[in-house]
Design a protein around this ligand. Structure first.
Ligand SMILES: *Cc1c(COP(=O)(O)O)cnc(C)c1O
Length: 510
């Protein structure tokens, strides 16, 4: 059998670890006739595909699936899993992604058979528990965000953004407006302009001022009747709270635009301030950042969109609602809002994530959620201060739940880039921060320690960052450019893996 080509998964051909990283694929472990488990005979005659299925649906050749023993199967995936850094292993200060430790009780709740064994097509009469769970999650999420109604269909933050933009479009059409432009600050996450374009709008960028906040004088210049809305996150991607948010929202509303809140940074303000009170009309939340599901963890995400009363009729459907029956008892039913933009996901979205989120919200309560944000902000400020002797933070003093340091002066003095520092942190046993984002900071290192790290872990993380800076200072960039040396793979050809991904496997013999 043929191996994946050597850059599969992005391992650079020149990497000294190509040999070491070459774990056999599950196909190479295959041996004909072997299987991981077998059932005793059931007595039911197996169907013969040739006889029982329409010809057009049959494959020309049998599907080549790996045939492995349970021992080999479990060993293979356990070995691969142990090569992976994860939120369960240690600090993961990947800014903007809120990679906090997610408590296991939420997994337990979501995997209870009363929830997990339910087919999504089951009628409402048989799935009242699920409807109630979604209705409760909606109520709590609306309380946290200051909104009136929500949909749990969007599968992630970006999907929530597109949903919100389609709602903005439907609203503008309803009020007879032809406005087609959406304002986005220059510090915005890349998904914002992408969603705007996908939603059929045009992006108008407003610059940040010397404080790293939206420049309201510049904002005033782009406001006219062609503005359909503005997308912002608050705190913004520099980890700074937009203190003029109420004024900004009033300015945008004045020209008929709607305010969209990118809730990826909600971890900073839970129980402290609400997007609805700041003047936002539409809010997405990343349940897979803030509410007990790891972001990018290989599983499904959920980006519910909550809106004001005025926009509720545009939400995707079906959504659950309570109705009082003729017997006087409350039940829940699915309904489609009257001006719904339509479905954005099959069934009711990635509901397992919603179950975890509700468990997390109930467990924490309102005081607990506030504590999440208080400590997230405290930890970020502690780390910012702890590394400030070596790393400058271009914008500001106090940050919210994350901050953006710059390696620009380190680079100037020593040649070591943000990338070298990030790779060196892997060598120190931590996950890297987000690098080169947001674009408004040169050599950006975006650090979000989250509330789940202890003071000891924060100290160790700060010590590692200071050690890396001092190596650069004393020995130049060369030792950092070698890093990481202790991870299963070293520097990857990320561009190659993205541009020319090899996603399928063909055995040599066929
Ligand atoms: C993560 C993130 C998004 C996109 O969310 P996904 O769930 O990854 O699609 C949008 N904006 C910001 C600021 C983010 O951090």
């Amino acid at each position: 059998m043929k191996r994946f080509e050597e850059n599969a998964g992005g391992v650079a051909k020149s990497s000294p670890l190509v040999g070491r990283s070459a774990e056999p694929t599950i196909f190479e472990l295959s041996s004909p006739g072997r299987s991981a488990s077998s059932f005793r005979t059931t007595g039911i005659t197996p169907i013969n595909p040739e006889e029982n299925l329409p010809k057009g649906l049959l494959r020309d050749e049998p599907l080549e699936l790996p045939e492995v023993s349970e021992r080999d199967l479990v060993g293979h995936y356990t070995r691969l899993a142990s090569r992976q850094y994860s939120v369960d292993l240690g600090a993961y200060p990947l800014g903007s992604c809120t990679m906090k430790y997610n408590p296991k009780f939420a997994d337990y709740v979501a995997s209870m058979s009363g929830l997990s064994d339910v087919h999504p097509y089951s009628p409402a009469a048989l799935t009242q528990g699920w409807l109630e769970l979604i209705a409760d999650a909606e109520e709590y999420l609306c309380e946290v965000t200051g909104m009136a109604a929500a949909t749990f269909q969007p599968a992630a933050g970006a999907a929530g953004e597109l949903t919100g933009l389609l709602i903005i479009g439907a609203y503008q059409r309803q009020v007879g407006s032809k406005a087609r432009k959406i304002i986005i600050p220059d510090s915005a996450h890349g998904t914002n302009p992408a969603s705007v374009t996908l939603g059929g709008f045009e992006v108008v960028t407003v610059p940040s001022d010397s404080r790293g906040l939206v420049d309201t004088a510049e904002l005033a210049k782009v406001l006219d009747s062609d503005i359909a809305g503005m997308m912002m996150t608050n705190p913004n991607t520099l980890g700074l709270f937009e203190i003029e948010i109420a004024e900004i929202a009033a300015m945008v509303h004045e020209v008929g635009g709607l305010m969209y809140y990118d809730g990826a940074n909600l971890n900073a303000v839970l129980g402290v301030s609400r997007p609805g009170d700041m003047g936002f009309d539409i809010v997405h939340s990343n349940l897979h950042k803030t509410f007990a599901t790891p972001h990018g963890g290989g599983g499904p995400g959920s980006g519910p969109v909550a809106v004001t009363e005025r926009l509720a009729p545009f939400l995707p459907g079906p959504r659950p609602r309570r109705v009082t029956g003729t017997d006087g008892c409350d039940t829940l039913e699915w309904f489609v809002p009257e001006c719904s933009i339509g479905r954005v996901h099959s069934n009711h979205g990635n509901t397992v994530v919603v179950a975890r989120a509700l468990a997390y919200m109930l467990y924490n309560g309102s005081d607990g959620m506030r504590r999440v944000s208080d400590i997230a902000v405290l930890n970020a400020n502690w780390l910012r201060k702890a590394i400030s002797s070596s790393y400058e933070v271009p914008f500001g003093n106090l940050c919210m739940h994350e901050f953006v340091a710059s390696a620009a002066s380190i680079r100037k003095k020593t040649g070591a880039k943000a990338l070298d520092i990030a790779k060196s942190l892997l060598g120190e046993g931590f996950h890297a921060p987000t690098v080169y984002f947001p674009l408004v900071v040169e050599e950006a290192l975006m650090l979000e320690p989250t509330e789940t790290e202890s003071p000891q872990t924060l100290q160790a993380l700060a010590d590692a960052l200071l050690k890396i800076a001092s190596i650069a200072e004393n020995e130049g960039s060369a030792p950092l450019q070698m890093q990481p040396t202790s991870t299963p793979v070293r520097r990857l050809d990320e561009a190659g893996a993205a541009r020319h991904p090899i996603l399928s496997y063909r055995p040599e013999s066929s």
